[in-house]
Design a protein around this ligand. Sequence first.
Ligand code: AMP
Length: 193
Amino acid sequence: MINLILFGKPGSGKGTQAEFVRKSYNLVHISTGDVFRTNIAKNTDLGILAKSYMDKGELVPDDVTIKMLEEEVNKNQRSKGFIFDGFPRTTKQAEILDKFLSDQNLKISMTIALDVDEKILIKRLLDRGKQSGRSDDQDIIKIQNRFDEYNKKTLELIDFYKAQNKFFSIDGSGTINEITQRLFKTIDKFKND
Ligand code: AMP
């Protein structure tokens, strides 16, 4: 079983790459951002709550996010493994994820960061915003706030996973295919070690 975390700033390509990994390694892809957006579209209580944070480029509170993540994992008990995309984003989320997995005799195999320069990310996000209509991708202040949240709350997870010898970083710039190849190489190396 492989349980992978795809890590990186907003716009680094986690969602796009997670889909390639899902297909090639037969894993379940859980994107917390996507689950929130589905709830927003359906106007559920969770969606209404999440929207009030997402619209400002802020993180949704840990308790809400963790509960939702656990439900998504529990829905897929028979899977061969998971790709976590956009989760964890805080140390508390990471600690609870470790505990939640170990209670089921599971663990995170590796965390792979997609490393991309902020200037490239801003261009990617604004382009994506034009195509998708996502409001948090269309406003430079919201984008900057998402980077600030990342730097304040998420960046420290690099040390968290380095301490467990589970942190890998790849260059997340170039063509989609080039990045996918780098990612597969990193996963395969881990699998064959
Ligand atoms: P994403 O699609 O991963 O860029 O996430 C979009 C937004 O959803 C983020 O800016 C947060 O507001 C919220 N979100 C997604 N994942 C998390 C998480 N793990 N913790 C808190 N908020 C999250």
